[in-house]
Write a protein that binds this ligand. Structure first.
Ligand SMILES: [Zn+2]
Length: 70
């Protein structure tokens, strides 16, 4: 099963939940048991940043990939 990153809206702590996507709406905070939690997408945005895009294009495109423009 995949891991999902969450952050609690009540105690503001981040936590990881291992569950299926069908159970995402039932996720509760393990610290305060609040059901007011939100998904965190930090890992996704990091993956979309390409270190080869240092020429200021700002966004990842296939041509920015190593060898993609040659
Ligand atoms: Zn909490």
């Amino acid at each position: 099963m995949p891991y999902y990153d969450f952050q609690c809206n009540v105690c503001d702590r981040a936590f990881e939940v291992k569950c299926s996507w069908k159970d995402l709406e039932k996720v509760t905070c393990p610290h305060c048991e609040s059901t007011s939690v939100k998904r965190r997408y930090t890992n996704i945005s990091v993956l979309r940043q390409s270190p080869d895009c240092a020429d200021g294009c700002g966004t990842y495109t296939p041509s920015c990939a190593p060898g993609g423009s040659t």
